[in-house]
Design a protein around this ligand. Structure first.
Ligand SMILES: *Cc1c(COP(=O)(O)O)cnc(C)c1O
Length: 492
């Protein structure tokens, strides 16, 4: 019987008819992947896509089969050359990690092993719990705390804020809903709080206004006296102050709120203390910088982000909750089709009881493999290295009359701008935006921009294990060149 007949007679499967052929293709893909990362420094950080590439992604639903090798060729030609760029040594936009090869192998093996981390009695479940335990250890949480791996920091914050709501509501909010809460809950955070908290407040049914933004000091840290005043004002007006969110590393400037002071305010005022540590919680493992986040271990819940400073391939976030039963009581539901059994596959822990997802991806393996390979101390040193690099860049900016620092550098985020003599704020914004866009379009570096206390600035966020100091020297030189070119071409 020839293969065609065999295929038509047999029942269908997605498995390949010829595993040897798949092996050859897989080896090619692996070799290409290694070369891709090895040479990443030699390619532009980012490049625009030509029209034919854009058109390629408009192709209709495929109806007939194509050889896997042709499918890969499409990917190699149209996808791989046009990445976001965050694996490049000169990518410092927004805030994200730069991935790692071992983590990528972890993602591959997780997909091959294929387990669903909703729970159950299998090795991947144990590994998921082990990685959560390692996260607790990194931030100084007790082993009795609970936690869950989620898609990212936004979801991790939602988990923490939801447990806070249910604990502080004063009614069974799961049964009766937010309408039954006797006194409206109030949450507090600095005016630098990440936008995901707004989404969380909306989703929790508390509303955006229930999150009071407290002013920040010159260092962009929450003003503790203003926080206390807001709490007193709310109590007098009949609200129930429920939760204070401290940020360990704001996304704008990397400011770290005074976590010790916030923990004390929370204790005195009987508030839930949540720390958004998506950027900075892991500074707790950095030998030279860890004192910056002292007090994080006093939190009731912490959101952190392994796809930032642990460089896990996207996605991986983690929520930790000190009181494991409060965490479980917020999310656990046992439907009849997910009951536990005394032995066998359904005798393990139901990990979906700690969050919103039922099916869960095997995020732990990519984190686990990279941590085992390098050890946590190396990740700590890399965090210190990024912080030292940000100090180096800050020094370059302070030494260069054409550049101006726009916020104090606390950790690995530098906010600054190019000066333009006599220019209005509006013209400065246009000028600096043009510099930023040309740096991207010429493939030199990816920066982003923001507004700090009302003033536009450029922003370099170095959460990148491939960045070297000379990359920062280079970008400063290129900014000065572009500044001169743009200034020469635009009439004053
Ligand atoms: C990145 C970030 C978030 C959101 O995390 P995601 O992983 O992007 O969902 C929340 N808060 C802070 C401070 C962040 O830096």
């Amino acid at each position: 019987m020839d293969t065609f007949q065999e295929a038509t007679n047999a029942e269908e499967t997605l498995d390949p008819p010829d595993w040897a052929e798949v092996g050859a293709l897989s080896h090619r893909i692996l070799d290409d992947a290694i070369a891709y990362l090895k040479d990443v420094r030699d390619r532009p950080v980012w490049r625009g896509m030509p029209a034919e590439v854009r058109a390629f992604f408009g192709a209709p639903l495929p109806r007939s089969p194509a050889p896997a090798a042709d499918v890969y060729d499409d990917v190699a030609r149209n996808l791989m050359p046009y990445p976001m760029g965050n694996v490049h040594p000169r990518f410092w936009s927004w805030y994200m990690g730069s991935s790692n090869f071992t983590g990528a192998l972890g993602d591959f093996l997780a997909a091959i092993q294929g387990s669903n981390l909703g729970g159950g009695n299998h090795a991947a479940g144990l590994m998921d719990s082990q990685v959560v335990n390692w996260m607790k250890e990194m931030v100084g949480f007790p082993t009795s705390a609970s936690g869950t791996l989620v898609s990212g920091g936004s979801m991790a914050n939602i988990i923490g804020l939801t447990v806070a709501r249910n604990v502080k509501a004063g009614v069974d909010v799961r049964e009766r809903g937010v309408g039954a809460i006797p006194r409206p809950l109030r949450y507090y955070a600095s005016d630098q709080v990440h936008s995901c908290h707004r989404k969380a407040m909306e989703l929790l049914g508390l509303g955006n206004r229930a999150l009071r933004r407290i002013p920040t000091d010159a260092g962009l840290r929450i003003d503790i006296a203003a926080l206390k005043a807001a709490i007193a004002e709310d109590r007098a007006a009949g609200f129930k102050p429920a939760c204070v969110i401290g940020t360990a590393g704001t996304v704008n400037t990397g400011a770290v709120d005074d976590l010790q002071a916030l923990a004390s305010v929370a204790a005195e005022e009987d508030l839930w203390f949540h720390v958004d540590g998506c950027i900075g919680a892991l500074i707790a493992i950095a030998p030279e910088s860890r004192s910056l986040v002292a007090g994080i271990e006093r939190a009731d819940s912490i959101a952190l982000d392994p796809h930032k400073w642990l460089h896990a391939p996207f996605e991986a976030g983690c929520a930790l909750v000190r009181d494991a039963s409060a965490h479980r009581n917020t999310f656990a539901v046992t439907p009849e089709y997910l009951e536990s059994t005394p032995r066998g596959l359904a005798s393990g822990e139901w990990l979906h009881d700690y969050g919103l997802q039922t099916s869960r991806g095997f995020r732990a393996l990519k984190i686990w493999m990279a941590l085992k390979e390098h050890g946590v101390e190396k990740f700590g040193r890399l965090i210190d290295q990024n912080i030292a690099q940000a100090r180096h860049l800050t020094g370059l900016i302070e030494a260069e009359p054409a550049l101006e620092l726009m916020a104090p550098t606390t950790i690995n985020i530098v906010s600054f701008r190019h000066r333009l003599a006599g220019a209005s704020e509006e013209r400065l914004k246009a000028f600096n935006t043009e510099i930023m866009l040309r740096l991207q379009e010429e493939g030199i570096a990816a920066l982003s921009d923001t507004t700090v206390h009302g003033r536009h600035c450029l922003r370099v966020a170095i959460a990148n294990h491939r960045t070297r100091r000379d990359d920062l020297d280079l970008v400063v030189g290129e900014m000065l060149r572009l500044g001169r070119e743009i200034e020469a071409a635009t009439p004053a």
